[in-house]
Design a protein around this ligand. Structure first.
Ligand code: SAM
Length: 285
């Protein structure tokens, strides 16, 4: 970690190799995120403001603090998550879902049946809102009828700050630029400096904190799971265990979508048929 030593003098706090090791093992144990030495600069940049806010004199002291203080540990983990996302990201997944599963699922809903969907690692909400908009289209009347049915979308993330943004459903015009105009007209309310997702859509999603490698409080099976661009932060055993648990929670005939640079590992691929780019149909229990 030579780069640490060379940049040390310019820093407000010292950040030693031992500090980085301590942070990395704490974060790995809590949430499964890998922080290799190459991320030391980034970690320092995210923890220094927290150390300052807590009034400690060094990062070593901050590390001792987060080892014993649950609230500050959660804040540190929140600061260390990478939350990049956008509306209609990897749009081929939404197209695939709408073409492959939505006709049968919407017919089931219309007949009084239940539909359960999960956006796992939803970040600030763009993914679940995109999913709902893509499914429901721009016909608000038809959409409202479906929303009155037994449709539940769960959206979870480990980071409380992004979940707060997701729940609020307020986005800048720049962020909303990738939403097709017809869907924007149907589902985004307000003027350019105060744009918000329509409450009818927002209230159809249950945003909940959830640590993917930890306990899952929810019961029951899902018809489709999006779990995209989070497994890249995990090691192979964590990915394999997570994918196996996601497969357990998926109905046969349901879809699992993962991020563009992710892949199935650890034998779980036997339970799926790959039907498109990082798009997997569950075919076996
Ligand atoms: C890069 S974003 C991906 C967001 C969205 N799925 C997408 O593809 O646009 C990764 C998200 O994973 C979340 N995350 C990281 N580790 C997690 C964990 N252990 N449990 C749940 N979410 C986690 C982060 O907080 C972040 O919001």
């Amino acid at each position: 970690m030579a780069s640490l030593a060379t940049t040390e003098r310019a820093r407000e706090f010292a950040y030693t190799s031992a500090d980085h090791q301590a942070v990395a093992s704490l974060v790995y144990e809590e949430v499964g995120i890998l922080l290799p030495d190459g991320k030391a600069q980034l970690v320092y940049g995210r923890l220094a403001p927290r150390a300052r806010a807590c009034g400690v004199e060094s990062i070593s002291a901050y590390v001792r603090l987060i080892q014993s203080d649950d609230v500050e540990r959660a804040r540190a983990i929140d600061a260390l998550t990478t939350n990049h996302t956008c509306f209609f990201r990897e749009n081929h997944h939404f197209d695939d879902f709408v073409a492959r599963l939505w006709p049968a699922l919407s017919a089931r809903l219309a007949k009084g049946g239940r539909v359960r969907l999960w956006s796992a690692a939803c970040s600030s909400g763009e993914e679940p809102y995109t999913w709902l908009m893509a499914m429901l289209g721009s016909d608000r009347g038809a959409a409202q009828r479906l929303l009155k049915g037994d449709l539940r979308m769960l959206a979870t993330d480990v980071s409380p700050s992004v979940l707060a943004t997701a729940r609020e459903g307020r986005y800048s015009a720049q962020t909303l630029k990738t939403v097709p105009p017809a869907l924007r007209n149907a589902w985004v309310k307000g003027k350019s400096d105060a744009l918000a997702i329509d409450p009818a859509l927002r209230d159809a999603i249950a945003f909940r904190p959830l640590n993917l490698p930890g306990e899952w409080p929810m019961q029951g099976q899902f018809d489709t799971i999006f779990c995209r661009n989070v497994m890249i932060y995990f090691d192979e055993p964590t990915k394999a265990r997570l994918q196996s648990r996601l497969a357990d929670r998926l109905e046969i005939g349901g879809m699992m979508y993962i991020g563009h640079s992710e892949r199935l590992v650890g034998g779980v691929e036997k339970r799926f048929q790959c039907v498109g780019r990082t798009a997997y149909l569950k075919v076996a229990a």
